[in-house]
Ligand binder design. Structure first.
Ligand code: ZN
Ligand code: ZN
Length: 260
C-alpha cells in the first residue's frame, strides 16, 4: 500500500478528517436534529452525510493511491544504454532517486520519488497529486467545496431563523460551535473551490501546476479538452467520474512505461 511517512502530512490529513467530522457533528446534532422539523432534517442530513462520506472516501483514495511513482534505482548506465538503443529516445535519469525519468515526471522531495505528471505535493492529502490520483484529488476538493457550501447555507438559515424567533435560550457552546462551523465552511469553500477550478483548468489544458510554474515548453501533443478530461477521469464518460470508488481507466499507457 502507498503511504507517505511525513509527520507534517499525517498531521494535516488527521486535521482534515477532524474538520469534516466536526462539520458532520454540528450539522446533525446542533442544527438539524434539535430543529424539530422532520422533513428538513432528514433531507439535509442525508444529503450532507452522503457528500461528507464521498469527501472522506476521496481523501482516502487520494492519500493511499500511488500518484505515479517511477521505479527507484533502475537508472544504471547499462540499462539506460539498452533502452535508448531500443526506444530511440534520449533518456534522463534522476540523481536523487536514481530512476529513469520519463517525460513530464518531477522529483518530489517529500515522497523522495519521481512522480509522473506531478502537479504538486499536497500536505492535506499527505501525497503528491500526479497522473494516477488526480481524479481522487479533484473529487476531494469538489466534495469539500460542496459540504462547505451546504454547511454555510444551513448556518445562515439557522441564524435567520433566530432573528425571526428568539434564540436567546441557545447556550454559548451552541453559538460557539455554529460560529466556528460558519468560519470553517467559508474558509474551505473559498480554498477548495479555487483549487477545484485550477485543477480543472490544468486538466483541460493538459498542463500540470509545475509545468505552469516553470513555464516549461510544450513537448507533448496538444489534445482536445474532452480527451484530456477522459485521460484523468476515465474512458468513457460515466457516473463513475464522480465516484471515488471507480478507478479511472486511463487507456493506453505511456509507450515505454512497461520498460521502466
Ligand atoms: Zn527522482
Ligand atoms: Zn510528493
Amino acid at each position: 500500500m502507498w503511504f507517505i511517512r511525513d509527520g507534517c502530512g499525517i498531521v494535516f490529513a488527521v486535521v482534515t478528517w477532524f474538520l469534516v467530522l466536526y462539520a458532520e457533528f454540528v450539522v446533525l446534532f446542533v442544527m438539524l436534529i434539535p430543529s424539530g422539523d422532520y422533513m428538513y432534517s432528514a433531507i439535509n442530513g442525508i444529503v450532507f452525510s452522503l457528500l461528507a462520506a464521498l469527501a472522506l472516501a476521496s481523501h482516502c483514495r487520494a492519500m493511499l493511491t500511488d500518484p505515479g511513482a517511477v521505479p527507484k534505482g533502475n537508472a544504471t548506465k547499462e540499462f539506460i544504454e539498452i533502452l535508448q538503443l531500443t526506444s530511440g529516445q534520449v533518456l534522463y535519469n534522476c540523481p536523487k532517486c536514481c530512476s529513469i525519468k520519463p517525460d513530464r515526471a518531477h522529483h518530489c522531495r517529500v515522497c523522495k520519488r519521481c512522480i509522473r505528471k506531478m502537479d504538486h505535493h499536497c500536505p492535506w492529502i499527505n501525497n503528491c497529486v500526479g497522473e494516477k490520483n488526480q481524479k481522487y484529488f479533484v473529487l476531494f476538493t469538489m466534495y469539500v467545496a460542496l459540504i462547505s457550501l451546504h454547511s454555510l447555507i444551513l448556518v445562515v438559515f439557522h441564524f435567520m431563523h433566530c432573528f425571526e424567533e428568539d434564540c436567546s435560550s441557545s447556550s454559548a457552546t451552541t453559538m460557539t460551535l455554529l460560529i466556528f462551523l460558519g468560519l470553517e465552511a467559508l474558509v474551505f469553500l473559498i480554498f477548495t473551490s479555487a483549487m477545484f477550478g485550477t485543477q480543472m483548468l490544468s486538466i483541460c489544458t493538459d498542463e500540470t501546476g509545475i509545468e505552469q510554474l516553470k513555464k516549461e515548453d510544450r513537448r507533448w501533443a496538444k489534445k482536445t479538452t474532452w480527451v484530456n478530461l477522459k485521460a484523468v477521469f476515465g474512458h468513457p464518460f460515466s457516473l463513475g467520474w464522480a465516484s471515488p470508488f471507480v478507478m479511472p481507466d486511463q487507456g493506453k499507457a505511456d509507450p515505454y512505461q512497461h520498460m521502466i
